[in-house]
Design a protein. Structure first.
Length: 466
């Protein structure tokens, strides 16, 4: 029987359970389906598509090395499954679990209904430290057990499926013709081999100042792992990265260096924690966790456009947005600051903010992204509304204005501390701010904090009384 491997956000051959198990049971059909509806309705942009294309080109080479083809289909999942069934009969379906918003969750429900109707076995394999059946309660226990299972080997001498009826007419090159918003970025190149190179560079040298530079916008680009895109699109397995980190920790004797890598390891655990949240609540991108603040924010197109284009008139905010346009990546501290500024100072709807940032973040991962957007918008019912003083943040993390000068060349001739508040100069060399910062900050803070303190007989996203 044909064994179909449905590749999604797991574009690799190493530690790939669907690939390994499929090769043990029959002729193997590795298949990637580009679903246009995801690019029409989700936050994906041209940079994500380019990363996927590069990943698929790398995957194709890796599969060829074990004598397997990679088939491509552009369209609806059930359409191509129907064609396989019609021309080749029943098959077994293998894939990793996908943990996303309602877009992919509802699609998976329709696939499950189709496989049940056709009496087709669909086996989904664990890809993250996420517990589908029991949720948060047993997640860490099960995760550590999953880690102990070790890395799944690349299969040897599999039997390749041959498309004798020529139902697969698309190629990777055809994907370039998909019409989609946004721009590509060259700072990251997709693919398993590229992810492995980045991982080696991190463990060999970059990690040595990981915690020291973690919040510095101009320095973290040189000390962070930069592996998040490769985890988001499955070029690297989170299990392989955990085990590699543990291996390197055992070999490090210097306490300072050990601290740096241990800080990185803690971040890896948080990765799966947030993905567990969207597994439990795929509506996380649409429904506020704490509804008390709903209705206070609006879709202000003027402010939203200025924010998106890095033209708010506030150098640290604009520098971050321009860095995202250029690279698709900034560190977590700056991500939190700009999300909070847009949601809590400009009072933009958190959904609009999440869509803009998700389209820029090359490492867009639904569970992490929407959890953090809601957190920074103060929608966690058990936490305060985060309000960042952006001038203080500039002084703390970019005190020499290296980052601002790099991203906003028109301010290169303005030194610190004036560069952080150019609107206060007699002749402002920069664009005028879109708001009065002090007035807007204080009025928004008062509004949000007062509303947050109110007790409301309502249920939050997790069904608990507030």
């Amino acid at each position: 029987m044909i064994q179909v491997i449905w590749y999604k956000r797991d574009l690799r051959v190493r530690d790939h359970a669907p690939l390994f198990h499929a090769t043990q049971s029959g002729s193997v059909l590795p298949l990637y389906i580009l679903e246009p509806f995801l690019f029409e309705k989700d936050v994906f942009s041209k940079r994500h598509l380019q990363f996927i294309i590069e990943s698929l080109e790398d995957l194709k080479r890796s599969l060829a090395s074990i004598h397997l083809p990679l088939y491509i289909y552009i369209g609806d999942v059930i359409e191509i499954f129907d064609q396989i069934y019609h021309h080749y009969g029943p098959f077994q379906l293998h894939s990793h679990m996908e943990h996303g918003t309602n877009l992919t969750y509802e699609r998976d429900l329709s696939i499950k209904k189709w496989t049940d109707n056709k009496n087709i076995l669909w086996t989904e394999y664990k890809t993250f430290g996420v517990n589908r059946a029991k949720g948060f309660k047993f997640r860490l226990r099960d995760f550590h057990g999953w880690l102990k299972e070790g890395v799944i080997p690349v299969p040897k001498d599999p039997t390749a499926f041959k498309d004798e009826h020529h139902i697969f007419m698309h190629t990777i090159s055809d994907m370039h013709h998909i019409q989609i918003q946004g721009d590509v970025v060259s700072f990251f190149k997709g693919g398993e081999s590229e992810g492995i190179k980045r991982a080696k560079a991190f463990f060999n040298q970059r990690y040595k100042k990981y915690q020291v530079y973690i919040n510095k916008p101009s320095l973290s680009i040189h000390s962070s792992s930069l592996l998040s895109p490769y985890l988001a699109f499955g070029n690297l397995s989170i299990r392989m990265l955990h085990l590699s980190t543990q291996k390197h920790l055992k070999d490090i004797q210097d306490p300072f260096l050990k601290d740096q890598l241990e800080a990185f390891e803690k971040r890896l655990y948080w990765h799966c924690h947030f993905i567990q949240r969207v597994e439990r609540h795929p509506e996380l991108n649409e429904v506020a966790w704490d509804k008390k603040l709903e209705g206070l924010r609006v879709t202000n197109q003027v402010y939203l456009t200025a924010f998106k284009e890095g033209k708010t008139g506030f150098p640290i905010i604009d520098a971050c947005m321009r860095a995202l346009q250029l690279r698709g990546w900034i560190n977590f501290k700056q991500r939190a600051m700009i999300a909070s500024f847009a949601s809590n100072v400009l009072l933009l709807d958190w959904r609009d903010v999440g869509f803009v940032l998700g389209s820029y973040f090359i490492d867009y991962e639904p569970g992490i992204h929407w959890s953090q957007i809601q957190m920074q918008a103060g929608l966690n019912p058990y936490r305060h509304v985060p309000m960042y003083d952006i001038i203080k943040q500039s002084l703390m993390h970019d005190k020499d204005a290296t980052f601002i000068h790099e991203m906003i060349p028109e301010l290169k001739h303005i030194q610190t501390p004036d560069v952080f508040t150019p609107w206060e100069l007699k002749d402002n060399p920069y664009m005028n701010p879109i708001i009065d910062l002090k007035t807007s900050f204080e009025s928004s803070k008062t509004l949000l904090y007062q509303k947050k303190k109110q007790k409301k007989q309502d249920h939050n996203l997790f069904g608990e009384d507030l």
